[in-house]
Design a protein around this ligand. Structure first.
Ligand code: HEC
Ligand code: HEC
Length: 264
């Protein structure tokens, strides 16, 4: 390779490849240890934010209309929330907003994205944008996002969709549900409560589940989540056809209706 001419170097540094909006860089998903919580008000806010995300219905009952907590779709390990690849991790989200949202037809902030999940996934209502709990959740996500460059994408971000481009075979899905899902999520999809009345295994349909405006209500998103994360403890063990059909079976059941589904 020839050495770059001084003119080429100046071009790279000033106009450079960045002039052509190319792919954002991808970085590894790394989870900081809780020992790195800062002291003082910010550290206290991070601790509260994690509690809201882990225990949402009990902590913010006036904003939650079902039995789900954020961690049920944004799981984490070792007490953290939103740290698992392929399950919409919160690591790195802070530097990817504001972001275009097809749902809103314009740019939205991270606060608005969180509120989308309150209105749809939690079948509840949006927190006011200056609500202290929203600030605490942002503080936690910022702590998780430390070290991820602004604009970068973390490996395993979002929920990779699965699309077989055919009608799911619901009868096949039911057979899979009975052998691989029912023990935790229940014969009637209503989940399993722990001794404190929180969902150990979340509901998949019925009044305590996400509403029909939620991202998880899309066949391709549900199939992708199930393929990568379910059955719990056996990530990526289902075939594409099994994940597709069992997602079809889950979504064939009734669930709460989103109030204003237009524009979605
Ligand atoms: C029923 C499942 C479900 C629940 C519960 C849920 N979410 Fe989500 N969330 C999703 C899905 C699906 C997406 C879209 C993932 C994608 O873009 O691939 C998403 C996306 C997000 C994003 C954007 C992630 C990104 O990478 O752009 C944030 C932030 C978020 N949710 C926050 C929350 C918060 C906070 C809560 C609790 C108040 C919550 N979610 C509860 C399903 C859920
Ligand atoms: C061993 C218990 C267990 C089994 C078996 C299991 N799940 Fe789950 N499921 C969970 C837990 C726990 C969560 C919450 C997320 C987490 O902690 O990873 C969850 C979350 C989910 C979610 C997202 C949250 C919600 O309520 O919508 C879906 C969808 C789901 N499971 C579908 C399935 C399907 C379909 C199967 C069978 C292929 C299955 N699960 C098998 C325990 C289980």
């Amino acid at each position: 390779m020839r050495a770059a001419s001084p003119i080429a170097v100046v071009w790279l540094l000033t106009i450079g490849p960045a002039a052509h909006a190319e792919e954002p860089p991808t970085v590894a998903l790394t989870v900081p240890t809780a020992a790195t919580f800062p002291n003082g008000p910010l550290g206290e806010s991070i601790v509260r934010g994690r509690r809201y995300l882990a225990d949402t219905p009990a902590q913010l009952p006036e904003f939650v209309g079902n039995g789900l907590a954020c961690r049920h779709c944004h799981p984490g390990r070792n007490g953290e929330v939103g740290t698992e690849a392929n399950a919409a991790p919160f690591v790195g989200v802070v530097g990817r907003f504001p972001q275009y949202s097809a749902r809103h037809g314009g740019l939205i902030t991270l606060e608005q994205r969180i509120d989308d999940c309150f209105e749809r996934s939690l079948n509840g209502r949006a927190l006011p944008l200056d609500h202290p709990a929203l600030i605490d959740m942002l503080a936690y996500m910022r702590w998780l996002s430390q070290g991820v460059p602004v604009g970068a994408v973390v490996a395993g971000h979002g929920i990779p969709t699965l699309n077989l481009e055919l009608e799911p075979d619901v009868a096949h899905g039911e057979a899979i549900y009975q052998t691989k899902c029912l023990a935790c999520h229940g014969a009637d999809g209503s989940g399993t409560l722990d001794a404190d009345g929180r969902y150990l295994f979340p509901p998949l349909w019925g009044p305590q589940s996400f509403n029909n405006g939620a991202g998880m209500n899309r066949q391709t998103t549900a199939a992708g989540f199930i393929k990568h994360k379910m059955p719990f403890g056996a990530d990526d063990s289902l075939s594409d056809a099994e994940a597709w059909d069992v997602a079809g079976f889950v979504l064939a059941h009734p669930r709460p209706l989103f109030q204003e589904p237009s524009g979605d």
